[in-house]
Ligand binder design. Sequence first.
Ligand code: ZN
Length: 337
Amino acid sequence: MSYSVDEFRCSVCGAPIDVSPYSVVVVCGYCGWSSSVESAGLKPLVVPPEDRGFLRAWLEKIVRSKAGKIATVRDVRFLMVPVWVVYVNASTRYNGYRTETRSRRVGTGKYARIQTYDVYVPVKGVIDEKLAIAVYGRRFESTFGIGTVKSSVLDRVRSAVELEPSLTKGWDVLGSEFSQEEVLEAAKTRVADEHRRRLESMTTKLYDCYTTADVAGARLILYPVLEARYESGGKSYRMIIDGVKGSTRVLKAELPITTSARIIRGLAAAAVVFAAALLASLLQPLIGTEIPEELQLAMTVAPPAIAGFAGFLGSMMATAVQRISKTVEEIDIRVLG
Ligand SMILES: [Zn+2]
């Protein structure tokens, strides 16, 4: 279900406004007026965008360089996407243990041997941290590469400024479909999950893990991106480009695998098979010597296993039609101190 854009216009300047049935924060991209169902005082910030003409030309150039001269840009949207940044002071009290394997020498003379045994080390304490969490403000639509956008927002939140008509002119400003209250709850849950994940990786058994999280602040950031679709060889690919002033870059892209790339991958797989065969011939003379039995077994089994795996990988890569390229890690949480 969707409303016609014409039905919703800015009450100040009359410009059309993006409104979905779930919108709780709407923003006018022309005059900067914004409205929230819960607090009239909510002021979104915007990270200043690059010139649209420049971005459009850059997009054409990058698509041709990455996907070949025959690639054609089909759809381009200049979007200001809503990403909330929530600052949380979190405290997690935990209690558990980890096991450590130690070894000791027992017996004497020719009966001496190494014995291993487990020790239980208590792991207990409190994590006190200030964190920033990025929460995407849209409920149902999935935007390609949004994970890379979230980490970019966390990187650039300091350069966000107050919304001003000249900054959003010509961009489609998307409102938030989550209320501030919902976003704060989501951020607190995210922090608790993050602490639990970290503690579980440090412990064998975690008995208690209790997080209290206080919100220290939250901002709705409008972040400029180019969402593009292009065609190459009869197939369609997606790309998302950072639209921030002075930092034009591909955030994430689906790229066709060109014939030359396929050949290079095939050769790489063949090289690994060759290396495995070489390794086998080097190890062969050692079998039957002083080397322990387990190691001999590993030496016999490893080369064919490596070769088999390389062949499998090679055939997979040779038949894949696209690959994903990312310039930014997908991170939605950052420890500030
Ligand atoms: Zn307006």
